[in-house]
Ligand binder design. Structure first.
Ligand SMILES: [Fe+2]
Length: 407
């Protein structure tokens, strides 16, 4: 018996599986967000609520150069909280460096960890919060492998302060880590590494250069576009929310790339970034993240920025799977760009910002394509000889072909 009773026509525009798919999800979001211009000035007070001694994790130089680091340290110290500084986190945070930070946090008896910087810094802070309180190397906690150690509630509490709108690490319980020896890049996911507090101050992103602003903006889109395009269920609520997040980025990113001082564009991108990689994204869609898997092998081997790798690969991944998801792509193109040819429109939008580079232009060596494809499947294939990419399985040959096309 159909739920709408006999004699009622199924609307012609609605696919039949719309009515038959069971939607279910488990949603947990324990982070407190303090959002707004100049909110970084609250860091001392917020730190005081976290504990008496902070390990402050940051990058190589930009926080010092802009004066933000001094301001943060002064504010935290004046609220009576001790600060231990751990600087020097670069792109694609390395397991060894995270273990080193964990040892310092442990030896110094830090009560909580704060990451202030881009996604790499925030992810490093999460890794350190685990490393300081758990046995062995952070790499032993990577979720990809068949036997991995579980993170427990012992992880140090976290505060995150993004200075770039992109990874969304400030709003989730995931950290992406690279093994410098094997070039593998993968993640640790745990409810115990959700930040307790995140300060999202869009003014901190005003000095991000155009190229990084653009690449990180494409990362925001990929975080929601991948589960949207690879969804195996029909859940209009999540589809429409996803489209809204992508629309915000499509409108605001070219503005911020052209004029970095446009605070309104920075505000929009900052919140879109947080939502796009939060537990809120793709709820009930049962989608996957194949493009991120394919990209991680690139930045794992060549230490390029994650966003740049995504820009290079995105159009080619879409072209490769387009026949499988033609209807979803058409819907996406019409909704976001008012064009049926979504790939053409998306590519034009990226190129219009002047941020598109091929893998070759990024310095990727094509001799490693096969190795990178093998790595992708070993790290992300859950023991199978493929990863899921839309309605099809992507094997080594498929992934190699996508790299070749993006070269
Ligand atoms: Fe990402």
């Amino acid at each position: 018996m159909w739920p709408w009773g006999s004699g009622v026509q199924i609307p012609s525009f609605t696919p039949i599986h719309f009515y038959l798919t069971m939607i279910e999800f488990n949603f947990y979001w324990p982070t407190r967000f303090v959002f707004g211009r100049a909110k970084i000035r609250n860091i001392g007070k917020l730190a005081r609520e976290m504990g008496g001694k902070m390990l402050l994790v940051t990058g190589r130089s930009s926080m010092r150069r802009t004066g933000i680091l001094d301001m943060v340290i002064n504010s935290v110290k004046s609220s009576g909280v001790e600060v231990v500084l751990f600087e020097g986190i670069g792109p694609n945070p390395k397991a060894e460096l995270i273990d080193e930070g964990g040892k310092i946090a442990k030896d110094e008896r830090c009560e909580f960890v704060t990451g202030i910087g881009g996604g790499s810094v925030m992810d490093a802070a999460k890794g350190i919060a685990i490393s300081a309180t758990h046995l062995g190397s952070i790499w032993e906690y990577i979720n990809s492998f068949s036997e991995f150690k579980e993170v427990t509630s012992l992880a140090l509490p976290l505060m995150e302060v993004p200075t770039v709108a992109g990874t969304g690490s400030e709003g989730n319980g995931t950290t992406v880590i690279t093994n410098e020896k094997t070039h593998e890049k993968s993640f640790v996911k745990s409810e115990f590494i959700f930040p307790k507090v995140s300060i999202i101050d869009p003014e901190l992103t005003l000095s991000v250069p155009p190229e990084i602003t653009g690449e990180c903006g494409v990362d925001i889109i990929c975080h929601v576009l991948e589960p949207y395009l690879t969804a195996t269920s029909q859940f209009s609520a999540s589809f429409r929310i996803t489209e809204a997040i992508i629309k915000v980025v499509v409108e605001s990113l070219p503005v911020a790339v052209k004029d970095g001082s446009n605070i309104n564009a920075r505000e929009n991108l900052s919140w879109a970034a947080t939502l796009a990689c939060s537990p809120f994204r793709g709820l009930g869609l049962s989608g996957t993240g194949p493009l991120h898997h394919i990209e991680h092998a690139v930045s794992g081997w060549f230490d390029i920025s994650h966003g740049a790798g995504l820009c290079a690969l995105l159009p080619h991944w879409l072209e490769y799977i387009a026949d499988d998801i033609s209807e979803r792509l058409r819907e996406f193109g019409m909704e976001i760009f008012g064009e049926e040819d979504a790939i053409r429109a998306l590519r034009k939008w990226i190129e219009g910002m002047g941020i598109y580079k091929t893998l070759g232009e990024l310095g990727v060596d094509k001799k490693l394509f096969n190795q990178m494809a093998v790595d992708t499947i070993r790290v992300c294939g859950r023991g199978e000889d493929f990863i899921l990419g839309g309605t099809r399985k992507l094997f080594v040959n498929d992934i190699t072909r996508i790299y070749e096309n993006a070269f």
